[in-house]
Design a protein around this ligand. Structure first.
Ligand code: NI
Length: 167
């Protein structure tokens, strides 16, 4: 396995729309394994392939305390969404910044695993937030796109400041 480098906003490659995965081969399994290693090392709770500059519809997540519930979704699509929740989100492509985002409370997802087996699953609460956040990445969207222009510009100024301090 390998730790992959994570694109940081405003890298324009984060705006790329991922293609559906058509071939479920060893390279796909390696990509998922590398994404898990990268996410756990960061540390983060979710990672989309877009963030490691691979533009295929693959996302990984693990929101468990023990970091022992890895979830990988290939070609995920939302079948149904319901309810609403506000959750404070962060993103490995925006180190050190956090913002409240409103999203669906529950989502029903159709996806495939790394072997290509199709399944459906419902997610609720924080894990539903995570799945929606990572699916946004695969569509070329980032979490600050959900904020008001004012809130977004404040956060992006903070991000820039942090970047200058760490440079
Ligand atoms: Ni993110």
């Amino acid at each position: 396995m390998a730790i992959l480098s994570i694109l940081e906003f405003p890298d324009p490659r984060l705006r790329t729309k991922a293609r559906p995965v058509a071939v479920f081969d060893a390279a796909l399994k390696k990509l998922a394994a590398d994404m898990f290693e990268t996410m756990y090392a960061a540390p983060g709770v979710g990672l989309a392939a877009t963030q490691v500059d691979v533009h295929q519809q693959v996302l990984v997540a693990d929101m468990s305390e023990e970091r022992d519930q890895p979830l990988v979704l290939v070609n995920a699509r939302i079948l149904e969404r319901s309810g609403e929740q506000v959750y404070q989100e962060g993103c490995l492509s925006f180190p050190g910044i956090f913002a409240d985002v409103t999203r669906a409370l529950r989502v029903r997802i159709a996806a495939q695993d790394v072997e290509g087996h199709a399944f459906e699953r419902e997610f609720e609460g924080p894990l539903a937030v995570c799945v929606q956040h990572e699916m946004d990445h695969l569509a070329g969207k980032v979490f600050v796109d959900h904020l008001s222009p004012l809130k977004r510009s404040l956060l992006l100024k903070r991000l820039e400041k942090r970047r200058k301090q760490s440079a």
